[in-house]
Design a protein around this ligand. Sequence first.
Ligand code: 6MZ
Length: 377
Amino acid sequence: MSISNLAGPAYAAYHSLTPAQITLIQNLPKAELHAHLNGCIPITTLQEIAKERLTAQSSMDPVFSDAVKAGIERLQSAFELKELHDFFGLFPAIYALTSNPSALARAARAVLSQFLDPTPEGPAQAAYMELRSTPRETPAMTRLQYIQTVLDEVEQYPPERAALIVSVDRRMTEEVARECVECAIKLRKEGRRVVAIDLCGDPLAGNMGAMKKHFRLAKEAGLGVTLHIAEARTITFTPCILCYTVSFLPQTKENTLDDTLKLLSFAPDRLGHATFLKETEKDFVRNSKICVEICLSSNLLCKTVDTIEEHHIRHYLNYDHPVCICTDDTLPFKNTLVGEYALLMAAAPLGLGMSEVEVTRVAEMGMSSRFKLPLLN
Ligand code: 6MZ
């Protein structure tokens, strides 16, 4: 995405920088390690795919086609998310468009190009990218074909520039989660460029206890593991007699109470967001030197963090703990990797006011947190 498409907190931060600061962050070798394919499709690519698919499929259900159009309009305009939960409602319209191999390949190509090809303003946003995506089975492709299609695009770039992380969605059934992990292992064994498994999706969905064995399988096979963790505040309450008698008390899913502890027991190599970790959990992350993938615009726009000054990145930076600055979903958040680095460098209250030396150190941390391509046999 070109800087001209920037909006939101990253826009304000970017435009507050001096030309010398912009040149510095543009030229720093940066790694994008947390970017979701269907969340990063340039809006122009999505519009093109929509135009072609909606006209070609004249028999398409008009109600459905209106829903897709409305979804794209929503993504085009600046919109307010009231909470993280609203965010997941954006995807059905996108998924309706990337549901066959050619549209998916086109989307993947555009996302990779957005990060890895030189921009109108200067060098490529990222020196290296780990693109992640959730395999979907559709009438036009199996989950294995989904991953192969994305890999074909990733592998157009040399190994030192791009790799794939296969995402498992918290809402998946156990069977589907296992299928995704098995496909990732199979493809890696064939020499394809899959480096890790991710856990993503609505933070309040799914049963994480049941997911553990699939992630163990991935680890045993040599793949890396990264997990979205503690992204949303979960309501925890101690069961009491009132809970059984007063029907309007908040309902919590039983698995959210110790969700974070369960996920930490998967022995992850990296964590996504990690916004609402308790002090003991933060200590564990620090002692285990687990890199935290930080998505500043995403957290601010989804309102899981109120202001940049309060962002948990500060905690990790105070300890010189490894973090990686990432965009998460450039399509809805209208951000760029350079924009996210601008948030580090811009003076308060727009950014964290970090020095050149500090920002350079953070970029190095990201590059050092790349997954290694495992050698499987
Ligand atoms: C959790 C997220 C996410 O995989 O279809 N996704 N999961 N937290 C987030 N932070 C805001 N952003 C995106 O890309 C889209 C999918 O990635 C996950 C969601 O499950 C979403 O459906 P792929 O390429």
